[in-house]
Write a protein that binds this ligand. Structure first.
Ligand code: RNT
Ligand code: ZN
Length: 409
C-alpha cells in the first residue's frame, strides 16, 4: 500500500463519520469537465498576428520569460499543463489560434477547416474543445466598438465574424461529439461619462440577432455571451453589462450568459447568482478568474470565492448545466504552472464541495436546525481533504504535492 493509499484509508473513515462517501465523490468529480483556456500559455498572442498587442482593455502584466514564442512551444507547453490536471478536461480556444498555414485569414473569413488540426489534436489528447470569437486585437476594434458600433461597416464586419465562429464551433462539436461552448465577449464601451447608453445597447441587440439567426443543434454548440463591468480605458460604460445579457438570454432560448468572476463590483460574488439562472432552466457558462482589486486576471487559486461557486454547482448537481472554464493571464510567473495551477484549484474546489455532507445539511436547513447546519459545515472544513485529493491525482496518474517540480524540473 502506498503512502497515499494509507492516507486515503484514514480520510475515507473520517468522512464516513459525517455521512460522506469519498469514493463516490471521486467518481462524481470524474464527470465534471474543466475547460482550460489556452491563452495563458502565450499571453493571448495567438497564431494570427502575434505582434498585434492586446487591445480591448485587457492586459497580461509581468516579465517571466516562459511565454511560448512559437506554435511548437505553444503545443508542448499546453500539453505539459494538461498532463498536470487530473480528470476530464476541455481546452478553450480563441479565433486567433486558427491554423492559417502561414498565411493570413481575416476574422470575417474564418472557416471550420482552420480548426481541423485542433480537432485532430483534441482527439489525440482526449480533451473536448470550447471556442471564443476574438472581437479585439484587430484594427476594426481599435475604435473600442465592435458589434455595437455606430459605424455599420464595423458592425457588419464583426457580425460576420460572430457568424463564422458559430459555424466553427458547431463543426468542432460535431467532430468531437461533445458540446463546444462558443463564448462571445466584446470590449465595447466608453472611457468617460456616457450620454446615450441605450443607443449602443439597441445596436447590440440587433447585431446579436443577426449573429444568432442561424439555428444550430444544442448537442454540438451552445452560445454564451459574457458580461462585464468595465475594462482598462473603458471605465465608465460597458455596453454588454450583466443585466443586458441576462435580459437577452432570458428572452432568447438560443443562448446563455457567461459570468466571469472578475467582471463584477470588487466585493460582488457570483456564487449566489447561479441558482437564479438554474431555477429558470437556464444553463450558465463560467469564466473562473481571480480579480485582485480590479479585473486583474490573476491565476485562479483554491480560494473561498472559488469554493463557494463550486459548492453551488455541486449542491444542485448541475454538472451539465454549469459549464466551468478558466480565464486569466499572468505573465509574472511560469506560464505552464499558472495554467495548470488554476485548473487544479478548480478541481480541488469541486472535490472539496463533493465532500460536503450536503444532503444532511439540506435536511438540517429544512428542519430549521441552523445550529447543526453551521456546525457540520465547519466540521467538514477540518477533515483531511488533501489526502483524498492526493489519492485522486494518483488514480489519474498525475503528480500530487510535488507536481510543480515536474513542470519546472
Ligand atoms: C475579458 C473577458 C474575456 C477575455 C478572453 C480572452 O475581460 O474576460 O473572456 O479574457 O476572451
Ligand atoms: Zn472572461
Amino acid at each position: 500500500m502506498s503512502k497515499t493509499e494509507r492516507g486515503y484509508e484514514i480520510a475515507k473513515e473520517m468522512y464516513a463519520q459525517i455521512g460522506v462517501d469519498t469514493d463516490l465523490a471521486m467518481e462524481e468529480l470524474d464527470k465534471i469537465p474543466v475547460s482550460m483556456h489556452c491563452w495563458q500559455i502565450d499571453d493571448l498572442s495567438g497564431f494570427e498576428n502575434p505582434d498585434k498587442g492586446l487591445t480591448g482593455g485587457i492586459q497580461a502584466t509581468g516579465n517571466d520569460p516562459s511565454r511560448a514564442r512559437n506554435k511548437k512551444e505553444f503545443y508542448t507547453n499546453l500539453e505539459k499543463a494538461l498532463s498536470m490536471v487530473p480528470g476530464k478536461k476541455k481546452v478553450a480556444l480563441h479565433a486567433i489560434y486558427l491554423d492559417n498555414s502561414g498565411g493570413f485569414t481575416d476574422r470575417n473569413q474564418i472557416r471550420p477547416d482552420h480548426f481541423s488540426s485542433w480537432v485532430d489534436w483534441a482527439k489525440e489528447h482526449k480533451v473536448g474543445l470550447d471556442f471564443n470569437p476574438t472581437y479585439f486585437s484587430h484594427k476594426m476594434a481599435d475604435m473600442d466598438f465592435t458589434l455595437s458600433s455606430y459605424d455599420p461597416h464595423i458592425r457588419d464586419f464583426w457580425i460576420e465574424h460572430g457568424k463564422k465562429c458559430r459555424q466553427v464551433s458547431a463543426y468542432i462539436g460535431e467532430q468531437l461529439g461533445e458540446t463546444c461552448i462558443d463564448n462571445h465577449w466584446i470590449p465595447d464601451g466608453y472611457k468617460d461619462i456616457t450620454i446615450d447608453k441605450q443607443a449602443h445597447r439597441e445596436l447590440l441587440i440587433d447585431s446579436m440577432d443577426q449573429v444568432m439567426a442561424e439555428p444550430y443543434d444544442k448537442k454540438f454548440t451552445i452560445d454564451s455571451w459574457e458580461s462585464k463591468l468595465f475594462g482598462l480605458g473603458l471605465e465608465s460604460y460597458t455596453v454588454g453589462s450583466h443585466e443586458f445579457y441576462t435580459n437577452y438570454a432570458m428572452t432568447h432560448d438560443n443562448c446563455i450568459v457567461c459570468m466571469d468572476m472578475g467582471h463584477f463590483h470588487p466585493t460582488e460574488q457570483i456564487a449566489d447568482k447561479l441558482t437564479a439562472y438554474l431555477a429558470f432552466g437556464k444553463e450558465v457558462m463560467l469564466h473562473v478568474s481571480r480579480p485582485v482589486r480590479w479585473d486583474s486576471d490573476h491565476v485562479v487559486i483554491f480560494s473561498d470565492e472559488v469554493k463557494d461557486v463550486m459548492a453551488e454547482v455541486c449542491r444542485q448537481r448541475a454538472f451539465d448545466k454549469v459549464h466551468i472554464g478558466t480565464d486569466y493571464f499572468d505573465a509574472s510567473i511560469n506560464r505552464i504552472v499558472a495554467q495548470a495551477l488554476g485548473a487544479r484549484s478548480i478541481k480541488q474546489a469541486l472535490l472539496f464541495a463533493l465532500l460536503e455532507p450536503s444532503d444532511r445539511l439540506k435536511e438540517y436547513e429544512r428542519q430549521g436546525d441552523y445550529t447543526r447546519r453551521l456546525a457540520y459545515s465547519e466540521i467538514q472544513k477540518a477533515l483531511p481533504f488533501g489526502l483524498v485529493w492526493d489519492r485522486y491525482c494518483e488514480i489519474h496518474d498525475v503528480p500530487g504535492m510535488d507536481w510543480v517540480e515536474h513542470v519546472l524540473g
